[in-house]
Design a binder for this molecule. Structure first.
Ligand code: IDP
Ligand code: MG
Length: 140
């Protein structure tokens, strides 16, 4: 295992319900240090760019509408095995299938409004972090 960084997003369903603090506590309790964080409003175009890998999927348009419907909190998390560890604490994409205690099991509204995003590989983590942060904004 190595120290990694991963990109996390607290999605609009969560900021609307003021869950940022509770989610951050889950992340920190799981050994993930928040080494960068900002609350922003994604334009539709920026959401489309972020989710470009999903552009052929039937849910793409709804997903981009949702992600630009309210504030998000974009974050860089750092820790041992951070990419897999964050995916574990997030839980399955569909909250009905998420394990007990995970963020999505506790907080997600449905398969789309599922509270958090997390990078799924080292390559995607690097790309996604660079999509939102300059190196100078990340303080480990
Ligand atoms: P992940 O966020 O668990 O990695 P992905 O398959 O990468 O899941 O999908 C990206 C996001 O697209 C999900 O987090 C969710 O918000 C949305 N999404 C995924 N599958 C569906 C679906 O079947 N219906 C509606 N939205 C979906
Ligand atoms: Mg994904």
């Amino acid at each position: 295992m190595a120290v990694e960084r991963t990109l996390s997003i607290i999605k609009p369903d969560a900021t609307r319900r003021d869950l940022t603090g509770k989610i951050n506590a889950c992340l920190e309790d799981a050994g993930l240090r928040i080494v960068a964080q900002k609350r922003i409003l994604l334009t539709r175009a920026r959401a489309e760019g972020f989710y470009a890998v999903h552009k052929e999927r039937p849910f793409f348009n709804d997903l981009c509408d949702f992600m630009s419907s309210g504030p998000v909190v974009v974050q860089v998390l750092e820790g041992e095995d951070a990419i897999a560890r964050n995916r574990q604490v997030m839980g399955a994409t569909n909250p009905d299938e998420a394990a007990g205690g995970t963020i999505r099991k506790q907080f997600a509204e449905n398969i789309e409004a599922n509270t958090v995003h997390g990078s799924d590989s080292p390559e995607n983590a690097a790309t996604e972090i660079a999509y939102f942060f300059d190196d100078s904004e990340i303080v480990g």
